[in-house]
Ligand binder design. Structure first.
Ligand SMILES: C[S@@+](CC[C@H](N)C(=O)[O-])C[C@H]1O[C@@H](n2cnc3c(N)ncnc32)[C@H](O)[C@@H]1O
Length: 302
Protein backbone atom coordinates (compact mmCIF):
# COMPACT_ATOMS: atom_id res chain seq x y z
CA UNK A 1 0.00 0.00 0.00
CA UNK A 2 1.23 3.47 -0.86
CA UNK A 3 0.93 6.53 1.35
CA UNK A 4 -0.37 9.54 -0.53
CA UNK A 5 0.11 13.13 0.49
CA UNK A 6 -2.83 15.22 1.67
CA UNK A 7 -2.11 18.67 0.21
CA UNK A 8 -4.94 20.57 1.90
CA UNK A 9 -8.38 20.25 3.45
CA UNK A 10 -11.45 22.49 3.33
CA UNK A 11 -14.84 22.32 5.06
CA UNK A 12 -16.12 19.76 2.56
CA UNK A 13 -13.09 18.28 0.86
CA UNK A 14 -9.57 16.97 0.62
CA UNK A 15 -7.02 17.45 -2.16
CA UNK A 16 -4.24 14.88 -2.59
CA UNK A 17 -0.93 15.57 -4.31
CA UNK A 18 -0.44 12.24 -6.03
CA UNK A 19 -0.68 10.45 -9.32
CA UNK A 20 -3.98 8.63 -9.66
CA UNK A 21 -2.00 5.40 -10.10
CA UNK A 22 -0.45 5.80 -6.63
CA UNK A 23 -3.78 6.89 -5.17
CA UNK A 24 -5.40 3.69 -6.48
CA UNK A 25 -2.69 1.79 -4.59
CA UNK A 26 -3.44 3.59 -1.32
CA UNK A 27 -5.69 2.80 1.64
CA UNK A 28 -7.72 5.96 0.90
CA UNK A 29 -8.83 4.48 -2.41
CA UNK A 30 -9.93 1.29 -0.64
CA UNK A 31 -11.81 3.30 1.98
CA UNK A 32 -13.83 5.10 -0.74
CA UNK A 33 -15.29 1.99 -2.36
CA UNK A 34 -19.04 2.38 -2.98
CA UNK A 35 -19.12 5.90 -1.50
CA UNK A 36 -18.78 8.22 -4.49
CA UNK A 37 -21.91 9.69 -6.10
CA UNK A 38 -20.17 11.44 -8.99
CA UNK A 39 -16.78 11.16 -10.65
CA UNK A 40 -16.32 14.24 -12.83
CA UNK A 41 -13.06 14.74 -14.64
CA UNK A 42 -11.07 15.92 -17.66
CA UNK A 43 -8.22 13.49 -18.11
CA UNK A 44 -5.21 14.60 -20.15
CA UNK A 45 -6.43 14.67 -23.75
CA UNK A 46 -4.79 12.58 -26.47
CA UNK A 47 -3.22 15.66 -28.05
CA UNK A 48 -0.61 15.64 -30.74
CA UNK A 49 0.82 18.91 -29.55
CA UNK A 50 2.18 18.27 -26.06
CA UNK A 51 0.66 20.45 -23.36
CA UNK A 52 2.69 21.32 -20.33
CA UNK A 53 1.55 18.27 -18.38
CA UNK A 54 2.53 15.75 -21.09
CA UNK A 55 0.38 13.15 -22.84
CA UNK A 56 0.52 9.59 -24.02
CA UNK A 57 -0.81 8.79 -27.46
CA UNK A 58 -2.36 5.97 -29.50
CA UNK A 59 -2.99 2.60 -27.89
CA UNK A 60 -0.80 3.52 -24.93
CA UNK A 61 -3.28 6.30 -24.13
CA UNK A 62 -6.29 4.02 -24.51
CA UNK A 63 -4.81 1.31 -22.30
CA UNK A 64 -3.66 3.79 -19.69
CA UNK A 65 -6.98 5.68 -19.47
CA UNK A 66 -9.27 2.63 -19.52
CA UNK A 67 -7.03 0.86 -16.98
CA UNK A 68 -7.62 3.74 -14.57
CA UNK A 69 -11.32 4.35 -15.23
CA UNK A 70 -11.92 0.63 -14.82
CA UNK A 71 -10.50 0.83 -11.30
CA UNK A 72 -12.56 3.91 -10.49
CA UNK A 73 -15.80 1.99 -11.07
CA UNK A 74 -15.72 0.37 -7.62
CA UNK A 75 -15.69 3.78 -5.98
CA UNK A 76 -19.11 4.63 -7.36
CA UNK A 77 -22.35 4.05 -5.52
CA UNK A 78 -24.79 1.79 -7.36
CA UNK A 79 -26.69 4.89 -8.57
CA UNK A 80 -23.53 6.94 -9.18
CA UNK A 81 -22.40 8.71 -12.36
CA UNK A 82 -19.13 9.29 -14.15
CA UNK A 83 -18.84 12.40 -16.35
CA UNK A 84 -15.78 12.30 -18.58
CA UNK A 85 -14.66 15.27 -20.67
CA UNK A 86 -12.79 14.32 -23.84
CA UNK A 87 -11.73 16.87 -26.45
CA UNK A 88 -11.38 16.27 -30.15
CA UNK A 89 -7.98 15.40 -31.57
CA UNK A 90 -6.32 15.64 -34.97
CA UNK A 91 -3.79 13.55 -36.84
CA UNK A 92 -0.28 15.02 -36.94
CA UNK A 93 0.54 16.93 -40.14
CA UNK A 94 -2.77 16.17 -41.90
CA UNK A 95 -6.08 18.06 -41.98
CA UNK A 96 -7.95 15.05 -40.66
CA UNK A 97 -9.25 14.15 -37.26
CA UNK A 98 -7.96 11.37 -35.08
CA UNK A 99 -10.54 8.88 -33.87
CA UNK A 100 -8.59 8.36 -30.66
CA UNK A 101 -10.96 10.39 -28.54
CA UNK A 102 -13.92 8.26 -29.74
CA UNK A 103 -11.92 5.09 -29.15
CA UNK A 104 -11.11 6.39 -25.67
CA UNK A 105 -14.81 6.69 -24.87
CA UNK A 106 -15.48 3.18 -26.15
CA UNK A 107 -12.58 1.62 -24.30
CA UNK A 108 -13.52 3.38 -21.05
CA UNK A 109 -17.16 2.39 -21.44
CA UNK A 110 -16.51 -1.22 -22.45
CA UNK A 111 -13.67 -2.04 -20.09
CA UNK A 112 -15.46 -0.50 -17.10
CA UNK A 113 -18.84 -1.93 -18.12
CA UNK A 114 -20.43 1.51 -17.87
CA UNK A 115 -23.74 2.55 -19.40
CA UNK A 116 -23.66 5.61 -21.65
CA UNK A 117 -26.51 7.67 -20.20
CA UNK A 118 -26.24 10.69 -22.47
CA UNK A 119 -23.69 12.70 -24.39
CA UNK A 120 -23.25 16.40 -23.77
CA UNK A 121 -21.10 18.94 -25.53
CA UNK A 122 -19.50 22.02 -24.11
CA UNK A 123 -19.57 24.62 -26.87
CA UNK A 124 -16.91 27.24 -26.19
CA UNK A 125 -17.82 30.19 -28.41
CA UNK A 126 -14.56 31.99 -27.54
CA UNK A 127 -12.28 29.12 -28.54
CA UNK A 128 -9.26 30.16 -30.60
CA UNK A 129 -9.28 28.97 -34.22
CA UNK A 130 -7.49 25.62 -34.16
CA UNK A 131 -5.93 23.55 -35.67
CA UNK A 132 -4.28 26.78 -36.88
CA UNK A 133 -2.61 25.34 -40.00
CA UNK A 134 -5.90 24.09 -41.45
CA UNK A 135 -8.23 26.77 -40.07
CA UNK A 136 -6.24 30.03 -40.15
CA UNK A 137 -3.53 29.49 -42.71
CA UNK A 138 -4.88 27.13 -45.39
CA UNK A 139 -8.57 27.91 -44.56
CA UNK A 140 -9.69 24.37 -45.36
CA UNK A 141 -11.30 23.49 -42.00
CA UNK A 142 -13.45 25.42 -39.54
CA UNK A 143 -12.86 26.15 -35.85
CA UNK A 144 -12.93 23.14 -33.58
CA UNK A 145 -14.99 24.64 -30.78
CA UNK A 146 -16.49 21.98 -28.55
CA UNK A 147 -15.50 19.15 -26.28
CA UNK A 148 -17.50 16.05 -25.44
CA UNK A 149 -18.81 15.37 -21.98
CA UNK A 150 -19.77 11.73 -21.77
CA UNK A 151 -22.19 10.87 -18.96
CA UNK A 152 -21.52 7.26 -17.96
CA UNK A 153 -23.03 5.28 -15.11
CA UNK A 154 -22.96 1.99 -13.25
CA UNK A 155 -26.71 1.37 -13.54
CA UNK A 156 -29.12 2.38 -16.28
CA UNK A 157 -30.95 4.70 -13.86
CA UNK A 158 -28.37 6.68 -11.92
CA UNK A 159 -29.57 9.39 -9.55
CA UNK A 160 -30.53 12.42 -11.66
CA UNK A 161 -33.06 15.24 -11.46
CA UNK A 162 -33.34 17.84 -14.19
CA UNK A 163 -35.57 19.98 -11.94
CA UNK A 164 -32.34 21.03 -10.22
CA UNK A 165 -30.87 22.60 -13.36
CA UNK A 166 -33.79 24.44 -14.92
CA UNK A 167 -33.11 27.49 -17.09
CA UNK A 168 -35.11 30.69 -16.72
CA UNK A 169 -38.10 30.78 -19.02
CA UNK A 170 -37.74 32.94 -22.11
CA UNK A 171 -39.70 36.21 -22.29
CA UNK A 172 -42.09 34.62 -24.79
CA UNK A 173 -42.75 31.66 -22.45
CA UNK A 174 -43.39 34.03 -19.54
CA UNK A 175 -45.87 35.94 -21.74
CA UNK A 176 -47.53 32.68 -22.77
CA UNK A 177 -47.94 31.66 -19.13
CA UNK A 178 -49.83 34.94 -18.54
CA UNK A 179 -51.86 35.04 -21.79
CA UNK A 180 -52.45 31.24 -21.79
CA UNK A 181 -52.62 31.41 -25.61
CA UNK A 182 -50.54 29.42 -28.08
CA UNK A 183 -50.98 27.31 -31.22
CA UNK A 184 -51.78 23.74 -30.33
CA UNK A 185 -52.16 20.83 -32.76
CA UNK A 186 -49.97 19.09 -35.30
CA UNK A 187 -46.50 20.56 -35.92
CA UNK A 188 -44.46 20.02 -39.13
CA UNK A 189 -42.27 17.66 -37.07
CA UNK A 190 -45.43 15.54 -36.61
CA UNK A 191 -45.46 16.19 -32.87
CA UNK A 192 -48.96 16.88 -31.59
CA UNK A 193 -48.99 19.76 -29.12
CA UNK A 194 -51.89 19.48 -26.69
CA UNK A 195 -54.16 22.41 -25.76
CA UNK A 196 -52.85 22.56 -22.20
CA UNK A 197 -49.29 21.24 -22.64
CA UNK A 198 -47.60 24.62 -22.16
CA UNK A 199 -49.93 26.11 -19.57
CA UNK A 200 -48.23 24.67 -16.50
CA UNK A 201 -45.57 26.77 -14.84
CA UNK A 202 -42.77 24.31 -14.06
CA UNK A 203 -40.47 27.05 -12.72
CA UNK A 204 -38.17 27.00 -15.75
CA UNK A 205 -37.29 25.22 -18.95
CA UNK A 206 -35.45 21.92 -19.19
CA UNK A 207 -31.87 22.46 -20.41
CA UNK A 208 -30.46 20.73 -23.46
CA UNK A 209 -27.30 18.66 -23.70
CA UNK A 210 -25.39 21.56 -25.28
CA UNK A 211 -23.66 23.61 -22.59
CA UNK A 212 -22.50 26.98 -23.82
CA UNK A 213 -19.89 29.22 -22.24
CA UNK A 214 -16.28 30.29 -22.15
CA UNK A 215 -13.36 30.01 -19.76
CA UNK A 216 -11.87 33.35 -20.70
CA UNK A 217 -12.33 35.17 -17.39
CA UNK A 218 -9.39 37.47 -16.78
CA UNK A 219 -10.14 37.62 -13.05
CA UNK A 220 -11.21 35.05 -10.51
CA UNK A 221 -10.14 34.17 -7.00
CA UNK A 222 -7.99 31.40 -8.51
CA UNK A 223 -6.32 33.65 -11.11
CA UNK A 224 -5.73 36.46 -8.61
CA UNK A 225 -4.18 34.04 -6.12
CA UNK A 226 -1.85 32.46 -8.69
CA UNK A 227 -0.74 35.85 -10.03
CA UNK A 228 -0.10 37.23 -6.56
CA UNK A 229 1.97 34.20 -5.55
CA UNK A 230 3.64 33.77 -8.97
CA UNK A 231 2.23 30.29 -9.43
CA UNK A 232 1.73 29.17 -13.02
CA UNK A 233 -1.89 29.07 -14.15
CA UNK A 234 -3.31 25.75 -15.25
CA UNK A 235 -3.42 25.74 -19.08
CA UNK A 236 -6.62 23.67 -19.46
CA UNK A 237 -9.10 24.80 -16.85
CA UNK A 238 -12.77 23.96 -17.10
CA UNK A 239 -15.21 26.83 -16.57
CA UNK A 240 -16.96 26.33 -13.23
CA UNK A 241 -20.46 26.24 -14.75
CA UNK A 242 -19.69 22.77 -16.17
CA UNK A 243 -19.09 20.97 -12.85
CA UNK A 244 -21.87 23.05 -11.24
CA UNK A 245 -24.34 21.80 -13.85
CA UNK A 246 -23.51 18.10 -13.36
CA UNK A 247 -23.18 18.31 -9.57
CA UNK A 248 -26.63 19.90 -9.24
CA UNK A 249 -28.11 17.48 -11.79
CA UNK A 250 -26.61 14.23 -10.44
CA UNK A 251 -26.02 14.69 -6.70
CA UNK A 252 -27.54 16.06 -3.50
CA UNK A 253 -25.90 18.14 -0.77
CA UNK A 254 -23.68 15.88 1.35
CA UNK A 255 -22.93 13.48 -1.54
CA UNK A 256 -19.30 12.78 -2.43
CA UNK A 257 -17.78 14.07 -5.71
CA UNK A 258 -14.39 12.79 -6.93
CA UNK A 259 -11.99 14.24 -9.52
CA UNK A 260 -8.98 11.99 -10.25
CA UNK A 261 -7.30 14.49 -12.66
CA UNK A 262 -8.13 17.63 -10.74
CA UNK A 263 -5.80 20.20 -12.34
CA UNK A 264 -6.73 23.54 -10.80
CA UNK A 265 -9.56 21.87 -8.85
CA UNK A 266 -12.52 23.50 -10.58
CA UNK A 267 -14.69 20.47 -9.78
CA UNK A 268 -13.86 20.81 -6.10
CA UNK A 269 -14.68 24.52 -6.00
CA UNK A 270 -18.09 23.82 -7.51
CA UNK A 271 -18.66 20.96 -5.04
CA UNK A 272 -17.61 23.09 -2.06
CA UNK A 273 -19.94 25.94 -3.10
CA UNK A 274 -22.81 23.47 -3.48
CA UNK A 275 -22.12 21.80 -0.10
CA UNK A 276 -21.09 18.46 -1.56
CA UNK A 277 -18.18 16.56 -0.05
CA UNK A 278 -15.27 16.19 -2.47
CA UNK A 279 -11.94 14.44 -2.97
CA UNK A 280 -9.48 15.34 -5.67
CA UNK A 281 -6.17 13.99 -6.91
CA UNK A 282 -3.60 15.89 -8.95
CA UNK A 283 0.00 14.93 -9.59
CA UNK A 284 1.45 18.35 -10.40
CA UNK A 285 2.55 20.24 -7.27
CA UNK A 286 2.26 23.69 -8.89
CA UNK A 287 -1.33 23.08 -9.94
CA UNK A 288 -2.19 21.85 -6.44
CA UNK A 289 -0.53 24.89 -4.89
CA UNK A 290 -2.49 27.28 -7.12
CA UNK A 291 -5.77 25.44 -6.61
CA UNK A 292 -5.61 26.09 -2.87
CA UNK A 293 -6.30 29.76 -3.67
CA UNK A 294 -9.85 28.80 -4.66
CA UNK A 295 -10.64 28.07 -1.01
CA UNK A 296 -8.77 30.82 0.82
CA UNK A 297 -10.22 34.16 1.84
CA UNK A 298 -9.57 36.68 -0.93
CA UNK A 299 -6.45 38.50 0.34
CA UNK A 300 -7.28 41.58 -1.77
CA UNK A 301 -10.24 42.23 0.56
CA UNK A 302 -8.10 42.12 3.71
C1 LIG B 1 -7.20 18.56 -18.46
S1 LIG B 1 -6.38 18.78 -16.95
C2 LIG B 1 -7.67 18.95 -15.78
C3 LIG B 1 -8.14 20.38 -15.65
C4 LIG B 1 -9.20 20.59 -14.58
N1 LIG B 1 -10.47 20.03 -14.96
C5 LIG B 1 -9.35 22.07 -14.25
O1 LIG B 1 -10.45 22.62 -14.42
O2 LIG B 1 -8.36 22.69 -13.86
C6 LIG B 1 -5.74 17.18 -16.59
C7 LIG B 1 -4.87 17.13 -15.33
O3 LIG B 1 -4.51 15.77 -15.08
C8 LIG B 1 -3.24 15.79 -14.44
N2 LIG B 1 -2.68 14.45 -14.59
C9 LIG B 1 -2.13 13.88 -15.68
N3 LIG B 1 -1.76 12.60 -15.42
C10 LIG B 1 -2.09 12.36 -14.13
C11 LIG B 1 -1.98 11.23 -13.28
N4 LIG B 1 -1.44 10.10 -13.72
N5 LIG B 1 -2.44 11.32 -12.01
C12 LIG B 1 -3.00 12.48 -11.55
N6 LIG B 1 -3.11 13.60 -12.31
C13 LIG B 1 -2.67 13.54 -13.58
C14 LIG B 1 -2.47 16.86 -15.18
O4 LIG B 1 -1.39 17.35 -14.40
C15 LIG B 1 -3.56 17.89 -15.42
O5 LIG B 1 -3.55 18.91 -14.42
Amino acid sequence: MRRVKLAYKTIYGRCYLSSIEDFIDSSIYSSLKGKVSLILTSPPFPLNRKKKYGNLNGNDYLNWLSGITNKLRVLLKRNGSFVLELGNSWQPGKPVMSTLSLKALLSVQESGNYYLCQNFIWYNNAKLPTPAQWVNIERIRVKDSFTNLWWLSKSSRPKANNRNILNNYSDSMNKLLVSKKYNSGLRPSEHVIGEKTFLNNNNGSIPSNVLIGTNTHAFSKYINYCKRHEIKLHPARMPIFIPEFFIKFLTKPGDLVFDPFAGSNTTAEAAENLKRKWISVEQNADYVLGSKGRFLEDETNE
